[in-house]
Write a protein that binds this ligand. Sequence first.
Ligand code: HEM
Length: 439
Amino acid sequence: MASDMVYLEIFGQPMVMLNNQAALDLLDKRGSLYSDRPHLPMAADFSGMGDLTPIMHYGEKFQFGRRLMNQALSARAVSKWEGGIAEESHAMLRLLYSDPMKFTAHLNKMAGSIVMMSMYGHRVVSDDDPYVNLAIEFMEASTNAITGRWIVDFLPLAKYIPGLAFRKQAAEWRARIPDWVDKAFDSFKENMESLQHSSEDAKNSLCGSLMITPDGSPVDPETENRVKWIATSGFGAGLDVFIMAMALNPKVQAKAQKEIDEVIGRDRLPTFQDREYLPFMECVFKESLRWGTPAPLSVPHRLIQDDVYNDYFLPTGTICIGNIWGILHDETLYKDPESFKPERFQGLDPQEAKKLDPTNYVYGFGRRRCPGKNFAHSAAWFSMLGLLSSFVISPDIDESGKEIPIKVEFEPGAIRHTKPFRARFTPRHNKVADLLSLV
Ligand code: HEM
């Protein structure tokens, strides 16, 4: 098979792993054929999760939901959340200042708070907000359900492997669905009338923009059900990977901070308006997406009709997976792919820059490409910039003052998270506490 495609058959199920051009040619350019999702023969295990967009079959119901998402997650719609993203990101920096060891917990809290603010207009005030905890739990379970579910379907023996007790887990997840999916939405709905008049956050939220009509009339039940499920979609980006990359690459970090000092100075915190004046930071952001590859594989796509590509026959029902990690670590595209080198994106001609832009691949492909791209981009870029403007990130030190080496290791799963590691966050200058309003 062509090197851009690896074909395999598992228990009679044809599958292809698609790299580089093949992923773009098939999943993007022939999107009308390659945008379905695999059947879920053991659907009973996951009944109730079927309205989750990533596992929905391609068809009218899916397209209706995608239209709603495209509307509510457009670049313009997302720009309304910039103020909220900035506030939540500053709250994370404050927590980091006072309790740096617990950085993973602070990042999770920020991700959950941003999701609650943008999806439901709910501002998190307490450290133990029930909705944030539910959102974090759902993010974990739904992404694992998606990969886990298909692994069980392809490898029937997998369910007997200890630790892959998906059926039992599926039953536990199913019981949690009313809490995960309904609770925050029901609370939004209950308060909708008063929210409509009182809260800009609620009006600007995804639920608000799709549910609050100009004349106050209710939306139809189908729209309401889609909105409820769509609102659960925003999972967190891998800032733990970014922190690891920065701790391991002090020279890159210092270069980005020099740019921040030149453009922003030390008398204020960064804003979204600074973005176009920080070209090196943009390269650091792109390299973080490439090196960290938050989702190493696309969600599986399913071919709905026999097709031929480069003389190879692909039968109806072939499962097609975009090998995002493989593409972003292909040394013919990215020289020395294991190294964290933002400079690789500097000085490229427009055609090369377009070809190498990791955002072509990081968010998946074609008609199933991630609809949350604009949102994830804004939140991740702004938080990365905030972290670099306030702290020098380095490996932690032991009692004798020696650096504890960081191992580049990731947890298994659909979304890449680092294995736990220790990092130190040293305020970059003596105005940091003041800027974060801590003095
Ligand atoms: C850095 C953060 C994120 C990354 C790397 C990411 C990546 C991806 C990838 C690779 C896919 C699969 C695409 C495919 O099948 O070809 C996907 C699907 C999806 N993403 Fe994201 N995503 C991120 C954040 C978000 C956010 C914030 C939201 C919602 C606000 C979101 C909503 C979705 C949905 C609903 C799908 C399913 C789309 C479909 O099946 O049609 N994602 N994402």
